[in-house]
Design a binder for this molecule. Structure first.
Ligand SMILES: Nc1ncnc2c1ncn2[C@@H]1O[C@H](COP(=O)(O)OP(=O)(O)OP(=O)(O)O)[C@@H](O)[C@H]1O
Length: 465
């Protein structure tokens, strides 16, 4: 009856031999065997000089790519190279074991007394300042246990923020934000002088964490912006309109504004709008008019055999902006909400080629918004109040890949900070919207209000129709 070996037949009381451990390690990290083998293979076929030249040429090609085309390099090559680099410099061997031990995340084997260290399975470095480390927990731990230790881990790593989620049974994903790359408030984008200075596919609304302009299109689809109160949605909205300024002035783009918060925040910009609605009744009228205008343009395109419109005074970009979208799609009278959702779905599925696009701003993503979520091709998540909101807005797995939007503190240092998913790499990219003040809005109105504006009067009953 004595001794663990008799209690647990088949379970060893001593670890496997070192050679077995080494073979298992190599199987888990095939690159370590394959790279030297490839080197030897090259040397055998091309000779040492040929092999050296081939490797040098490969390194040179990567360097040339890095220098010549930073945008594609940062998008495709950098995350992979960075992930490998971090894996073997930060989350490796003894250093990792020490970190786990110091933070109380190791366990002693009951029988052998060995330290069991959670194993790093994979590192994904989506940006220079965000890593996701996938770790197999040791037996007896669960995700709640790890989450309890998150703050200890955070302090030990000297990181900006750490969040832990369950990836799959036995495996946790640790998202580590190393630093906040935005140290200052970014001033509002300049209003371009002329329509020719405006790139409708890349309107500047802030900076991304790579230090490049954060841009957004108003012609390639629809945009959803989610963020809790005070997160900086206003900056994204007004930043877009500032970058679009001359197009509004000259009638190459027109804004149809729906603000069911009574127009408090958008009233200042009313002279810029082609149509303006602040009650549910007005909003439905506006949506219907927008939809009908879209149908008319589609008919015109069909008659003239045009597959895609070019923005011009004759065929302007028609931009439907909905501030606090949930008031339209979730909280209003049920029949009105149903009508609004039906009109929106029609506009969003058909509007793109005829230049009818939608931008929805939202405080709290709800189930009703999810019905049309997939129709938004660009989704932006500023600070939100719940972890589940991040995936609701950006798509499943976004938070685990690094989009910790629910962890963005609600203070002025972080206002305007958010995440988007890069279309090419599918990785989250952090950005900060430029701050558009009331004076910046006033300047925009003064310089860019359209000459032939026919704004709906701000009268009538307010609230739900
Ligand atoms: N891009 C930014 N950079 C720095 N600070 C900002 C930025 N955007 C907003 N702020 C600060 O955050 C405050 C709240 O911003 P804003 O009103 O745009 O938030 P919001 O998301 O529109 O909130 P609500 O949904 O309540 O209207 C601003 O008064 C300003 O102090």
């Amino acid at each position: 009856m004595n001794g663990p070996a008799r209690h647990h037949a088949g379970r060893a009381t001593r670890p496997p031999g070192r050679e077995v451990q080494a073979a298992a390690w190599l199987l888990r990290h095939p690159g370590f065997a394959l790279v030297p083998l490839l080197g030897l293979g090259l040397a055998a076929t091309l000779g040492p000089l040929g092999a050296g030249l081939t490797v040098a040429a490969a390194v040179a090609a990567v360097l040339v790519w890095w220098r010549v085309h930073p945008a594609t390099f940062d998008r495709f090559a950098a995350p992979r190279l960075r992930s490998s680099w971090r894996r073997w410099t930060v989350y490796r061997g003894r250093r990792w074991a020490q970190l786990m031990s110091d933070t109380g995340l190791t366990r002693e084997h009951r029988h052998t007394g060995d330290q069991l260290v959670p194993r790093v399975l994979r590192v994904r470095s989506s940006s220079p300042s965000i890593d996701t480390v996938y770790v197999r927990m040791v037996r007896g731990q669960d995700v709640a246990y790890w989450q309890e230790k998150a703050s200890v881990l955070w302090e030990a790593l000297i990181a900006h923020r750490v969040a832990i989620t369950r990836h799959r049974p036995g495996v946790v994903a640790i998202v580590i934000e190393w630093e906040l790359p935005f140290t200052r408030t970014i001033p509002a984008p300049d209003i371009p002088e002329t329509v020719d200075d405006v790139d409708l596919r890349a309107l500047e609304i802030g900076d991304n964490e790579h230090g490049q302009p954060f841009t957004a299109s108003v012609v390639d689809g629809h945009r959803l912006v989610a963020g809790c109160t005070g997160s900086g949605k206003g900056s994204v909205l007004w930043g877009t309109l500032r970058s679009l300024g001359p197009c509004l002035r000259d009638g190459v783009a027109r804004v149809w504004m729906v603000d069911l918060k009574g127009g408090v925040e958008t009233e200042q910009g009313a002279p810029l709008f082609h149509r303006y609605a602040t009650t549910m009744g007005e909003a439905l009228e506006l949506l219907t008019e927008f939809r009908d205008a879209m149908r008319d343009r589609q008919d015109w395109m069909r008659d003239n055999n045009i597959r895609r419109c070019t923005p011009s005074v004759e065929t302007p970009v028609e931009l439907l902006v909905i501030d606090e979208m949930a008031m339209l799609t979730a909280y209003g009278d049920r029949a009105a909400v149903r009508d609004a959702l039906r009109l929106l779905a029609e506009i969003m599925t058909q509007g793109r080629a005829s230049l009818f696009t939608v931008q929805g701003y939202l405080q709290e993503p709800s189930k009703d918004v999810l019905d049309v979520r997939e129709l938004f091709t660009q989704r932006i998540c500023l600070a939100v109040t719940a972890a589940s909101h991040v995936d609701m807005v950006l798509g499943e797995g976004a938070r685990e890949r690094g989009a910790l939007a629910d962890e963005i503190p609600g203070d002025d240092r972080h206002a305007g900070v958010g995440f988007v998913i890069d279309h090419g790499s599918r990785l989250p990219v952090r950005f900060r919207a430029a701050f558009v003040t009331d004076d910046d809005i006033a300047e925009l109105v003064q310089r860019c209000a359209p000459r032939d504006a026919q704004v709906i009067e701000l009268t009538g009953d307010r609230g739900a129709a």
